[in-house]
Ligand binder design. Structure first.
Ligand SMILES: [Zn+2]
Length: 99
């Protein structure tokens, strides 16, 4: 490829990554589908559109590990079977009792 095309692809990738970061940071969470939403913010609507994302945008990697739960994961717990990421509702009881 020509240097101009390489440069354009690198720039496009950088833009995409920045838009995704903005959506992760400022997007809301939709518990019905388990994904990010714009919550009607026009700046995020523009970003979702540029990323070709539906609103809401499914994010299975950000969902609670509890089967069937679509809440956003927020707690990490090491277990014998590996690291488990859950929502506040499904975090282990002893961790929930910590202050
Ligand atoms: Zn959960």
């Amino acid at each position: 490829m020509t240097p101009q095309i390489d440069e354009l692809l690198e720039y496009t990738s950088e833009l995409r990554e920045s838009l995704e970061d903005m959506c992760y940071q400022f997007g809301g969470w939709n518990e019905k589908i388990g994904g990010l939403t714009t919550n009607g913010l026009s700046a995020l609507e523009g970003a979702f559109s540029a990323l070709r994302w539906d609103d809401p945008h499914p994010m299975p990697s950000m969902c609670c590990d509890e089967p069937g739960c679509k809440k956003q994961k927020c707690c990490g717990t090491p277990t014998l079977g590996g690291y488990r990421n859950t929502c506040g509702e499904h975090r282990p009881k002893e961790q929930a009792d910590d202050k």
